[in-house]
Design a protein around this ligand. Structure first.
Ligand SMILES: *[C@@H]1O[C@H](CO)[C@@H](O)[C@H](O)[C@H]1NC(C)=O
Ligand SMILES: *[C@@H]1O[C@H](CO)[C@@H](O)[C@H](O)[C@H]1NC(C)=O
Ligand SMILES: *[C@@H]1O[C@H](CO)[C@@H](O)[C@H](O)[C@H]1NC(C)=O
Ligand SMILES: *[C@@H]1O[C@H](CO)[C@@H](O)[C@H](O)[C@H]1NC(C)=O
Ligand SMILES: *[C@@H]1O[C@H](CO)[C@@H](O)[C@H](O)[C@H]1NC(C)=O
Length: 354
């Protein structure tokens, strides 16, 4: 039931009482006005009181946060507005705590989250900050929301703010965090210093710039067996440095979209799923051995060449003699042939034969 319907209901009661006398009309107005203040729907928002949802879309050039969020709000959706900064206690009403469970702030051009921005939202389960342009994230941005289970930050964190994000996500108050979505943020590694401070079960890193996941992050993941990781649409570099990640992918079954984890480099392996590589492909020993064997072959060939030249040099007298001998033998042979030829081509002899 929307708040406007409630207002109609009130005015209906109002008209019934109106027939009985002015005295009661005044009483009713007094009774209803404080109720109206508490239940008021913020201007340019729509409110569904029975489900507890308040939705604020861009309407009539409204920028900034709505002023008086009703106390009964359990879901607040603000979308498509221009909210550069989330200040401290942005969602508290007169310093009192709200019962809010879901807060969606996607597509609002948010650039800065100040310390304790979500203060007072002690029941908050889901926070969606997707599709903003976060450049400054306080390390205390997520303080004061101990019940948070899902945090969505897809396509929202500018590359310069990655280190700040890592600081903000280290908040002890995120101990109940169960699902963290970080798709589309050009991240190169897992932007969390530790994984054992959360109750994390799903880590979504789809569509980032991860080329490899190093041994440090992999051993953290091995220790947190419950965590499921999503890694599609990342430009994996499939050389021998990928070995640790490769075996984690094949061994641990923690990556939920392993078949969509694809090599983008080197050229020869572009488009090949990482899990389809062979052990030798990511074996640095193998790769080094190959290089070493080529170098070794080169050295051996060079040595053979040098030995050959030395033999030639040392035997230069003998070789000369040998060459002379050959030349002499050839000449003798040629002379014999010459003689035979002359005999064969003698016309007189030919006539005799006929
Ligand atoms: C907030 O508190 C001030 C005084 O403390 C009061 O005048 C005002 O009506 C309160 N606002 C709300 C929305 O409760
Ligand atoms: C991004 O965030 C939304 C919530 O706004 C979520 O539903 C969606 O699954 C997220 N992930 C991706 C990969 O888009
Ligand atoms: C990947 O993320 C970028 C933002 O970083 C976004 O513009 C693009 O649409 C995303 N691609 C897919 C396939 O989701
Ligand atoms: C993941 O790797 C990055 C970069 O090497 C590092 O800063 C971060 O602490 C690691 N996080 C975990 C949880 O291993
Ligand atoms: C797990 O990885 C190791 C290398 O770290 C490898 O030797 C082993 O064969 C793998 N086990 C399975 C079951 O794939």
């Amino acid at each position: 039931m929307r708040i406007t319907h409630r207002a109609q209901h009130l005015s209906c009661v109002f008209s019934v009482w109106n027939r009985r006398g002015l005295h009661y009309v005044a009483l009713l107005c007094l009774l209803s006005s404080p109720v109206r203040t508490d239940d008021a729907c913020p201007s340019s928002c729509s409110c569904a009181m029975d489900s507890g949802a308040v939705t604020c879309l861009p309407d009539g050039g409204q920028t900034d946060l709505p002023a008086d969020i009703p106390r009964w709000t359990s879901t607040l959706i603000i979308k498509g507005r221009n909210i550069p900064t989330l200040p401290q206690g942005a969602f508290t009403v007169n310093g009192t705590e709200l019962e809010m469970v879901t807060l969606s702030l996607s597509h609002n051009g948010i650039q800065t989250i100040e310390p304790y921005a979500f203060l007072g939202l002690t029941r908050l389960h889901l926070l969606d900050l997707s599709h903003n342009q976060l450049e400054t994230i306080s390390s205390r941005a997520f303080h004061g929301i101990p019940e948070l289970r899902s945090l969505f930050l897809n396509c929202s964190v500018s590359p310069d703010a990655t280190a700040q994000l890592s600081g903000a996500l280290s908040a002890q108050s995120l101990r109940n965090l169960y699902r963290l979505e970080l798709a589309g943020n050009m991240l190169k590694s897992i932007p969390m210093e530790k994984l054992d401070i959360y109750n994390l079960h799903a880590l979504v890193l789809i569509n980032n710039s991860v080329e490899n996941i190093g041994i440090e992050n992999i051993s953290s993941l091995y220790q947190q067996r419950r965590i499921r990781v999503y890694l599609a649409l990342n430009p994996f570099r499939c050389n021998c440095e990928l070995e640790v990640f490769y075996y984690w992918l094949k061994n641990s079954s923690q990556c939920q979209d392993a078949e969509r984890v694809i090599c983008s480099e080197p050229e020869a392996r572009r488009g090949v799923p990482v899990e389809n590589l062979r052990g030798e492909d990511v074996d640095c020993m193998n790769e080094n051995l190959e290089a070493v064997s080529y170098v070794f072959l080169g050295i051996v060939l060079a040595l053979i060449g040098v030995v050959f030249l030395m033999v030639l040099y040392l035997n230069r007298g003998g070789i000369k003699r040998w060459l002379n001998n050959i030349r002499g033998a050839c000449r003798d042979q040629m002379e014999v042939y010459h003689y035979r030829y002359e005999q064969d081509s003698d016309p007189r002899l030919a006539n005799v034969a006929v």
